[in-house]
Design a protein around this ligand. Structure first.
Ligand code: AIR
Length: 194
């Protein structure tokens, strides 16, 4: 498992590997509120879309590669420790037989947002079904396949944090207003001139 922290006061984050103690750093460390987990380093490009949203909003976060199948014990330990470490929302992306979000949700009561990733011949449908079809009692809030899902998971995480953070709520309102203003709003009336 590899882990990388980013946030307002930690732009050049130290890397951590499974089981290692945090490295001493001269930088003031930030406590991540959100984690972005993914099943493989090959998921990083797409999941980075979510990280960019968190960075824009100034939300301290960490990025972790761990696999439900290849590193199951590390995955369970990470999920079990997440709440005590101060994390508040876990975003989890995986492709193929995407069990990572469910495996994480099995070990925590933090909100888990699942992002199915396109990887392999079924183009994300396999990951979508594996992520969304959780049995009752173990919720995973599942977003769209791919980059849109990664971005929306980050926005949803921000909206959850904004329930108790008025600054963040305002930033989200501004962002939404900007999005609306960017819609071209072309209107043609026919016949012309009416
Ligand atoms: N994966 C990794 N462990 C379990 C699963 N389901 C997923 C990764 C990635 C895909 O398998 O999330 O989307 C392919 O991983 P790799 O490492 O072979 O490129």
């Amino acid at each position: 498992m590899t882990r990388k922290t980013s946030g307002p006061a930690a732009n050049t984050p130290p890397k951590r590997s499974a089981g290692s103690a945090p490295k001493a750093s001269t930088r003031k460390s930030v406590k991540p509120l959100v984690a972005i987990l993914m099943g493989s380093a090959s998921d990083l490009d797409v999941m980075s879309e979510g990280a960019k949203v968190l960075e824009d909003l100034g939300i301290a976060h960490e990025v972790v590669v761990t696999s439900a199948h290849r590193s199951p014990l590390e995955t369970a330990e990470y999920a079990q420790a997440a709440r005590d470490r101060g994390l508040q929302v876990l975003i989890v992306g995986a492709g193929l037989a995407a069990h990572l979000a469910g495996a994480v949700a099995a070990h925590t009561t933090l909100p888990v947002l699942g992002v199915p990733l396109e990887s392999g011949p079924l183009r994300g449908m396999d990951a979508l079904l594996a992520t969304v079809q959780m049995p009752a009692g173990v919720p995973v809030g599942t977003l769209a396949i791919g980059a849109a899902g990664a971005r929306n998971a980050a926005l949803l995480a921000a909206q959850i944090l904004a329930l108790s953070d008025p600054r963040l709520a305002r930033a989200l309102s501004v962002r939404k207003a900007e999005m609306t203003a960017a819609v071209p709003g072309l209107l043609r009336r026919f016949p012309e001139g009416k």
